[in-house]
Design a protein around this ligand. Structure first.
Ligand code: ADP
Ligand code: MG
Length: 248
């Protein structure tokens, strides 16, 4: 791990409240090139809110987000646009455009946001769809795809933007059990290719085998962090181990 480079993402002391409830209570983390950090913890502990704050889909009340060592200016459209191009987001419920084919779900953002020409955008979209095993589904609409296929289109769309890091919010939680494996396979393939990721997940195979670090959230704070080989070691008695035991 290169320590002299600034982290791709640095999150400093984020606070977020909804109404009168404080949902994030001073969350800090760093994500360096090639690292995979996995967020776990009970439902309602703030994992989705944290991921959404990092991508400025919702705004923290306090705290800073640095991308490549530069503070993200939440009041600047240019700064937000750069953040969203460089940090891809994968949602639990896919967030595809229902009126667009798989191919156009990928080409439209490439053309509008990255200002890439039609032919080049299509070429890139086909390549990304091929990478996730959907070369034969380019002309289908989301309604014609299974949940696993939809999530793979969403991943191809995020990857087509050539992001420096991916945020994934429970990418397999909306899927029928028999479709989870195909999405896990894509995530494992990305990990093998060195993609930097921050992912909330309840999938033990991702937590135990991919994470360089587990971040355990509880009531808006990271209350435990460490390598899975330590936190999930037999007898470690960690919160993470207790949580993972209950997943089985
Ligand atoms: P997790 O992803 O860990 O399950 P969330 O970040 O989704 O947790 O939610 C944390 C808490 O924030 C929950 O109590 C939830 O009800 C609340 N919350 C999330 N989004 C909103 C919102 N837009 N308005 C009000 N409360 C919200
Ligand atoms: Mg969530």
């Amino acid at each position: 791990m290169t320590t002299d480079m600034p982290p791709i993402l640095q999150i400093d002391n984020l606070y977020k409240s909804f109404d009168n409830a404080t949902i994030l209570k001073g969350v800090s983390l760093r994500l360096h090139q090639g690292e995979i950090k996995v967020l776990i913890g009970p439902s309602g502990s703030g994992k989705s809110t944290l991921l959404q704050c990092i991508n400025c889909l919702t705004y923290p009340d306090e705290g800073e987000i640095l991308l490549d060592g530069r503070v993200v200016d939440r009041t600047s459209k240019i700064s937000l646009c750069r953040l969203r191009q460089e940090v891809g987001m994968i949602f639990q419920d896919f967030n595809l455009f229902d009126h667009l084919t798989a191919l156009n779900n990928i080409t439209i953002p490439l053309r509008k946001v990255k200002k890439i020409g039609r032919r080049e955008a299509e070429k890139r979209a086909r390549l990304e769809l091929e990478q996730v095993g959907l070369a034969d589904k380019t002309e289908l609409y989301p309604a014609q795809l299974s949940g696993g296929q939809k999530q793979r289109v969403a991943m191809a769309r995020a990857l087509a933007m050539d992001p420096k890091a991916l945020l994934l919010d429970e990418p397999t939680s909306a899927l029928d059990p028999e479709l989870i494996g195909e999405v896990i396979a894509v995530i494992k393939n990305l990990a093998a290719r060195g993609m930097t990721m921050l992912m909330a997940t309840h999938q033990i195979s991702l937590i135990a085998t991919l994470a360089n670090e587990i971040l355990f959230m509880e009531q808006g704070s990271i209350v435990e962090q460490g390598h899975p080989s330590v936190l999930l070691a037999p007898g470690s008695n960690s919160k993470s181990q207790g949580f993972c035991d209950r997943l089985n």
